[in-house]
Design a protein around this ligand. Structure first.
Ligand SMILES: Cc1cc2nc3c(=O)[nH]c(=O)nc-3n(C[C@H](O)[C@H](O)[C@H](O)COP(=O)(O)OP(=O)(O)OC[C@H]3O[C@@H](n4cnc5c(N)ncnc54)[C@H](O)[C@@H]3O)c2cc1C
Length: 336
């Protein structure tokens, strides 16, 4: 991916990147996910952090990190979730205590994508009172003493994506490690996740595209009752719906990406794209297995992998229920 310029895809050329926009990012992630969804999320998270540094970072942070990320010499990770705080991110407990010349980071971060080989992690810690305003974001070099890789998590799918728990045991970071203003860390994390959702929508779209390709091929080749199974409406209508939902997922993703590129508000559209694409990917991956019959349940065909990979797109970077919450709030306002 480095050789192809993908590790720096959305990083400006002035920092050694490819200077591409978010529509190009959606296209690249869809193509990667069509082949391997775990590889796609590796890149998606890496570029999500690069985007956050670009938006929120100081000049020194940008010139230090962005060229390394663009070249793929350093991989970026993201650490918000904790054992007792996922969707309710404002309730994280890990702390950043002021110390001489900086902060001491303490706590446990769960399911950090890329965490096993990341050189830098955008990590959120509590610097103030409970609630959203007491959280700050830091750029933490993973080689610092006190960062312990506690566990590599085994998962249902996306096996090519690395997922780890990291313990921070009084990790000393300088004050310059702060990303954005103190107390603004949750906003920074949520804005990163908004662009990240375009990536996960594209990932789901890629899985869906792979399901369609495999299903069309198999339905034309496999014969039952003297004809290709594609001749049965019970099979061909599944494929028709799959193709239609694929285009809808793709267009919703491109709309969110294009709005982001034009500098327009795109949080609602990114949530709609992720909600639709991930639901469609999960549903049609199950249909792709069904179309393949018994072969679909074996590892001889790739659809069992698509089925396992699709599920995560409904969970990470905000579950489907959280996307519905964001969409409903955008339409109705906060009612509580
Ligand atoms: C493979 C993998 C990779 C990940 N990578 C990262 C990463 O790189 N960095 C990181 O910080 N995190 C990462 N995560 C964490 C992921 O983002 C969270 O798992 C996700 O946000 C959900 O949080 P949770 O698991 O704590 O579920 P919970 O928040 O406990 O939710 C459990 C259920 O309750 C529902 N729910 C919760 N609140 C509401 C509500 N208000 N209304 C309706 N329903 C609700 C949820 O939708 C869900 O169905 C990863 C997770 C996995 C599995």
């Amino acid at each position: 991916m480095s050789a192809a310029g993908l590790m720096g895809l959305t990083i400006p050329e002035t920092f050694g990147g490819s200077g591409a926009d978010y529509v190009a990012y959606a296209l690249a992630l869809e193509e990667l996910a069509r082949v391997d969804a775990g590889t796609a999320v590796t890149l998606s998270v890496h570029l999500m952090i690069a985007g956050a540094i670009l938006r929120l970072g100081s000049d020194v942070q940008k010139s230090h990190y962005l060229p390394q990320l663009a070249g793929g010499d350093v991989i970026a990770g993201f650490a918000l979730t904790e054992p007792d705080a996922g969707s309710d991110a404002a309730s994280i407990r890990s702390t950043a205590r002021r110390s001489a010349g900086g902060y001491a980071l303490r706590g446990r971060k769960q399911w950090c994508t890329n965490g096993g080989y990341a050189g830098v992690t955008m990590a959120m810690f509590r610097t103030g009172a409970p609630g959203a305003k007491g959280i700050s974001a830091f750029l933490v070099d993973n080689a610092l003493p006190g960062i312990v890789l506690e566990k590599t998590t085994e998962k249902l799918g996306i096996h090519t994506s690395n997922t780890v728990d990291l313990a921070f045991d009084d990790v000393a970071v300088p004050a310059t490690a702060l990303l954005g203003a103190e107390g603004e860390g949750l906003n920074g994390a949520l804005s990163a996740l908004t662009t990240g959702r375009i990536g996960i929508a594209a990932q789901a779209t890629g899985i869906l595209a792979a399901c369609l390709e495999a299903s069309v091929k198999f339905a034309k080749e496999r014969e039952a009752f003297g004809k290709p199974i594609a001749a049965f409406e019970g099979v061909s209508f599944k494929i028709a719906q799959m193709a239609t939902d694929l285009d809808a997922a793709r267009l919703l993703t491109w709309r969110a990406a294009a709005r982001c590129d034009r500098g327009e508000r795109f949080a609602l559209e990114a949530s709609q794209a992720k909600l639709f694409a991930s639901t469609a990917a999960r549903r049609h991956a199950a249909e792709a297995v069904q179309i393949h019959g018994g072969y679909g349940y074996t590892t001889e065909f790739p659809v069992e992998r698509y089925y396992r990979d699709a599920k995560i797109t409904e969970i990470y970077e905000g579950t489907s229920e959280i996307q519905q919450l964001i969409i409903a709030r955008a339409l109705l306002g906060r009612l509580e």
